[in-house]
Design a protein around this ligand. Structure first.
Ligand code: C2E
Ligand code: MG
Ligand code: MG
Ligand code: MG
Length: 289
């Protein structure tokens, strides 16, 4: 005890840092092994088209079925994967798996046939020239139309990665769609939107589900700005009816959130629909109406 008390702050900090580094290295090894042995799985969350009220596409969200740890969410391992080329291997796997899933759903028929899919791609992967090969391979191996694939990238990537813009342009030339994820959390101004090689803006859930009147106005503004630049808009994190009503009133194109469906394994994907407003149901149910 006396010995510990006599140790310098730097030494203790050193120990903590060493333990932290060891934990990260172990996680990285386990993740690499998990990727190779099929422990990673994609969950899918419906994205609803607010014009038709039906599911038009799904977002693929990775989960890690790590033995002894249960189902590990992406926030617990993506940051570690992003520290190395592992995140590129993960992205390549996700592109192949998600496009193959569309083919399986097409063959199955029913409400899951003909869907589109969005895959999250890390900035580190987007900066690599082989990203284009990974996308081309996934399209060729699955045979799906390029327009059924959307690549989601976060806003900050556009500033941090010099090659990102060039690669996004190439992706769009292939016919793949590009979405900016978590919009509003970074530094992109509305004015810059017109010059970015993107098709879709995904408004971050912190603006959609805050319940703050100022945020509701901001969302309206973002939607009209996006539309004036011919971008589609997806609202993330819709959890309540009132949020949905505000989005419908603002002519938002699509929405995603727990109000409609949570992310689920491929086999459980529901035929999610926009709930019909209570008064519309009442009118339809009126005798003689
Ligand atoms: P994201 O791409 O912004 O995905 C949306 C996240 O919001 C998902 O969390 C989803 O489950 C969650 N979400 C959806 N609707 C609601 C809602 O109504 N309320 C709340 N509270 N949350 C909602 P998830 O699956 O934990 O993923 C977290 C993040 O991890 C993703 O954020 C994405 O940035 C990253 N990620 C997921 N899969 C991948 C992947 O395959 N590759 C990479 N590079 N990143 C991934
Ligand atoms: Mg996303
Ligand atoms: Mg997001
Ligand atoms: Mg996110």
């Amino acid at each position: 005890r006396a010995k510990a008390a006599g140790r310098g702050v730097v030494e203790v900090f050193d120990d903590e840092l060493r333990a932290e580094l060891a934990a990260r290295t172990e996680l990285e090894h386990a993740l690499r092994h998990g990727l190779e042995t099929g422990e990673l799985v994609l969950y899918y969350q419906p994205v609803l088209d607010l014009e038709t009220g039906r599911t038009k596409s799904v977002e693929a969200l990775v989960r890690w079925q790590r033995p002894g740890h249960g189902l590990v969410p992406p926030d617990a391992f993506i940051p570690v994967a992003e520290a190395s080329s592992l995140v590129c291997d993960l992205g390549r796997w996700a592109l192949a798996e998600a496009t193959a899933q569309l083919v399986r759903w097409d063959a199955e028929g029913g409400h899951r046939a003909g869907l589109e899919v969005a895959v999250n791609i890390s900035g580190r992967h987007l900066a690599q020239a082989h990203l284009l090969d990974d996308v081309t391979d996934a399209l060729a191996d699955s045979g799906i139309a390029p327009s059924r694939l959307t690549v989601e990238i976060t806003e900050t990537v556009l500033v941090d990665e010099p090659l990102a813009l060039e690669h996004l342009r190439s992706l769009r030339e292939l016919g793949v769609r590009v979405a900016i994820d978590d919009f509003g959390t970074g530094y992109t101004s509305i004015g810059q939107l017109s010059r970015l090689p993107v098709d879709v803006l995904k408004i971050d859930r912190s603006f959609v589900s805050s319940g703050d009147a100022g945020h509701t106005e901001l969302v309206k503004l973002l939607i009209s700005a996006a539309h004036s630049f011919s971008l589609g808009v997806v609202a993330e994190g819709v959890e309540e009816d009132t949020q949905l009503s505000a989005l419908l009133a603002a002519s938002c194109d699509a929405a995603q959130g727990y109000l409609f469906a949570r992310p689920v394994p491929a086999a459980d994907l529901p035929a999610a629909e926009v709930p019909v407003a209570a008064d519309a149901v009442a009118i339809a149910a009126e005798p003689g109406a």
